[in-house]
Design a protein around this ligand. Structure first.
Ligand code: GLC
Length: 444
């Protein structure tokens, strides 16, 4: 009994600290309008470009975790050339994937700026043969294609002498013992944020590494104000100790629908963010099922690419983006500008709804053909079509009792020859906005 009590207590403690961690200080009503494009966008492409691609080792973490010395890690600056960097090609590929926004590393935890910072000389412009800012031309190409621009910025800067954290088992100092030094770091990193805000005007800020310090230490509220005073519409991700606009689960996709108003799953295409000799690529089928899963649960997918030091993108990654794009082109209606689908239990698979909820989209994972079933649909169905194919399917309603308010089961027979290579989508057009029966099958 005692054991159970302790376990229960532990659960409550863990649960409540996690809750308070994700407690947002931001009122969703106040940001609703600016979040509109983000909610409709569904797909973003994340780019981890940095000097770690020279040796193909873990971005920043490799020296922090002592797999390589800091000095050797930084030597990669000498090999970072960007000699085949073609931002127009990148932007075309992102457009082709169907993504509506892209987020690029302006500075990772290693502290190397990918633009011409005036705050120090630790940048690819001043300290690498690339000698150029990679952010501005990329944002220009994105904007030409109507793709929103996001700036990833690591709050952690393990290379800066005024930053307390360094290697996993050693720090430079403790803030409480040297607040002046911490203040110097703060004005440095906040200065870089101001630079990026002025130079590139990101539509979205993607902070990372907030877990190393509190909101008070980072001055999260002030950071938020700096950004919003320069661009009141900018969206800020949730890694700012409670002062961001949306949540960012990483690599893990939800089993039940997250309670957040806005959220985005960030995920690698193989198993690493930056370029590495890693051939464990997710297949297009896997990426598309994960994407659909996120969207049907009301979220976005931020899918990563890790370019090489010369600016080229691995072929396998290009392949995944193109396949995803072709699928999006055919099925875009069921994804973009939709909202998350109906609760679990009505259909054994992911679903989305048109904004007016008169169209219900059913996603058939795993080459389903034959009969699928919809439960608890009160509406009349106007028609059912296979998206991108046009085939109309007549449903059969089974088990409807005249005098009972409980709706019948809708059986839909999906012909095999309408199957998509990856995921087939059925569009169920309804007579009016969707109404669902959620009862137990009885009369009350
Ligand atoms: C983690 C890692 C970082 C990576 C980020 C992307 O927070 O610290 O290396 O860039 O995830 O989401």
């Amino acid at each position: 009994m005692k054991k159970i009590k302790i376990l229960l207590l532990l659960f409550v403690v863990v649960f409540s600290t996690q809750q308070s961690k994700s407690q947002s200080k931001i009122d969703p009503k106040e940001i609703k309008e600016k979040m509109e494009w983000f909610a409709d966008a569904k797909l973003g492409i994340f780019i981890h470009s940095g000097i770690y691609s020279v040796k193909g080792i873990g971005e920043s973490w490799s020296f922090h975790n002592k797999r390589i010395s800091h000095a050797d890690y930084m030597k990669q600056l000498n090999g970072f050339t960007l000699k085949n960097y073609n931002p127009a090609f990148w932007a075309d590929l992102i457009k082709e994937s169907g993504a509506r926004y892209s987020v690029i590393t302006t500075k990772h935890h290693d502290g190397v700026a990918m633009y011409d910072t005036k705050a120090n000389t630790r940048s690819i412009v001043k300290a690498s043969p690339a000698k150029r800012d990679m952010i501005k031309p990329f944002f220009e190409e994105l904007r030409k294609r109507d793709i929103k621009c996001g700036a990833y910025f690591s709050l952690i800067d393990w290379s800066d002498n005024n930053y307390p954290g360094f290697l996993k088992d050693s720090s430079r100092y403790v803030i409480a013992n040297d607040y002046d030094r911490w203040n110097r770091f703060r004005s440095f990193f906040q200065g870089q944020i101001k630079e990026i805000n002025t130079l590139f005007k990101p539509d979205l800020w993607w902070f990372d590494g907030d877990w190393e310090h509190s909101a008070e230490e980072w001055e999260s509220q002030k950071v938020r104000n700096i950004i919003l005073s320069g661009n009141s519409k900018a969206i800020i991700n949730g890694r700012l100790q409670g002062y961001g606009d949306y949540d960012t689960p990483e690599q893990n996709f939800p089993v039940s629908r997250p309670k957040f108003n806005w959220w985005e799953l960030c995920m690698t295409t193989n198993e690493n963010w930056g370029y590495q000799n890693d051939n464990n690529w997710k297949t297009p089928y896997e990426v598309i099922t994960i994407f659909v899963d996120a969207v049907s649960n009301g979220g976005n997918l931020l899918l990563d690419m890790g370019p090489k030091e010369d600016g080229t993108i691995p072929e396998e990654q290009i392949h995944v983006f193109k396949e995803l794009g072709a699928w999006n082109k055919k099925h875009g209606e069921s994804i973009f500008n939709t909202v998350g689908g109906i609760p679990q239990g009505h259909f054994y698979g992911p679903t989305t709804l048109s904004k007016d909820s008169t169209s219900l989209y059913l996603f058939l994972h795993g080459h389903v053909s034959g009969t699928v079933m919809l439960k608890g649909l009160i509406n009349k169905i106007s028609n059912i079509t296979v998206l991108g194919n046009g085939t109309e399917i007549k449903p059969k309603v089974v088990g409807k009792i005249d005098w009972s308010p409980v709706p019948g089961l809708v059986y839909i027979d999906v012909p095999e020859n309408t199957n998509d290579k990856y995921i087939t989508v059925l569009k169920v057009k309804l007579d009016s906005p969707i109404r669902l029966y959620r009862g137990q099958g009885g009369l009350n």
